[in-house]
Design a protein around this ligand. Sequence first.
Ligand code: 9UX
Length: 72
Amino acid sequence: VVQDLDLTVEGMTCASCVGRVERVLARQPGVISASVNLATGKARLRTLPGVAEPQALIRAVEKAGFGAVLET
Ligand code: 9UX
């Protein structure tokens, strides 16, 4: 079972920011893939429920220097 999870990412201003956020998210436990849209500021993740921890994902984005808010 795979679950989509959306984050709003704050503070991204260029395409390299997108790459950094995608890389950080993609290596968190339970994250299958991460796709970030610079124009909308949204990150869509495919995750394994029960493995991916939303709070850990937010912390990882913050550690990379951005803000993150869980959607849904
Ligand atoms: Mo672009 Mo983002 O020069 O942290 S990488 S602003």
